[in-house]
Design a protein around this ligand. Structure first.
Ligand SMILES: CC(C)(COP(=O)(O)OP(=O)(O)OC[C@H]1O[C@@H](n2cnc3c(N)ncnc32)[C@H](O)[C@@H]1OP(=O)(O)O)[C@@H](O)C(=O)NCCC(=O)NCCS
Length: 230
């Protein structure tokens, strides 16, 4: 019988460096992940970071219209978006084995665009330890070194100093601003988003060794295999 990783190759992916490890979200991770969200995400004094305030939905396990039910569809949609023309990798971030947040990758038309979009968050209790910088360096390095990407893009609401600092430390450069709509608990608001992008030329790599498993089977699954991938 096939293993789960052979049935669904993204599960074979593991990116690790120092105390931090990234793996594709599995259902078994959900209880720990939900507790992290419940502890809060947004840093005091910084703007709401997301397009939608999913993390502020009332905590009501088992209810259809509260958290976590309101977020399950999104997490499972990410897992179901895994064709070469559009894919998402929702990576659970663990530090010293404990779930601390998520690092998402998204690409449209990747075999031709070689461009990846990223988004990330950490539970508030886990901010300020360098994890946010390291996890972004890990996925950007993975995109460049293992998927042969040429560019990674991201964006943050103007005023999100933590995200701006992470982008700067990873080597992103500013790429213009645009106006976006945020769905907050108090209704829709228009805010300025700073777009940023990084290429291999400006990328600042992790300072310690990165261990990656499962890249070749994932490349094949995403239609970007290399000659030696088998
Ligand atoms: C953005 C985020 C992932 C950063 O993670 P982190 O582990 O706290 O970041 P690091 O510890 O790697 O710190 C990176 C830099 O951010 C700075 N920083 C962290 N929190 C900050 C804050 N609240 N205000 C200002 N700067 C901050 C740090 O000082 C550091 O810069 P320095 O080395 O020049 O001092 C985290 O703050 C978070 O999850 N925020 C809420 C969600 C979010 O904003 N996501 C990104 C946009 S989608």
């Amino acid at each position: 019988m096939l293993t789960l990783e052979e049935v669904f190759p993204p599960y074979a992916l593991r990116i690790a460096c120092g105390p931090v490890e990234l793996r594709v979200l599995r259902d078994d991770d959900l209880p720990e992940l939900v507790e992290v969200v419940r502890g809060g995400i947004q840093a005091p004094g910084l703007p709401m970071p997301f397009l939608s305030a999913w993390h502020e939905a009332p905590f009501a396990p088992g209810e259809p219209d509260g958290f976590p039910s309101t977020s399950l569809a999104w997490w499972w949609t990410q897992r179901a978006t895994i064709a070469p023309h559009e894919w998402r990798l929702a990576l659970v971030v663990r530090r010293d084995g404990q779930v601390v947040g998520m690092q998402d990758l998204h690409a449209v038309g990747f075999p031709l665009t070689r461009t990846v979009l990223t988004g990330s968050w950490l539970g508030r209790a886990h901010h300020g330890l360098g994890t946010g910088t390291l996890m972004r360096r890990l996925v950007v390095g993975f995109a460049f070194d293992e998927l042969d990407a040429g560019r990674c893009e991201s964006g943050y609401v103007v005023g999100n100093a933590a995200s701006a600092a992470v982008s700067r430390k990873v080597g992103y450069v500013e790429d213009g601003r645009r106006r976006i709509v945020q769905h907050t608990r108090d209704g829709d608001v228009g805010v300025e988003e700073q777009r940023v992008s990084v290429t291999p030329e400006t990328f600042r790599r992790p300072e310690t060794e990165v261990r990656t498993e499962g890249a070749a089977v994932l490349r094949r699954f995403l239609g970007v295999e290399r000659p030696g991938d088998g």
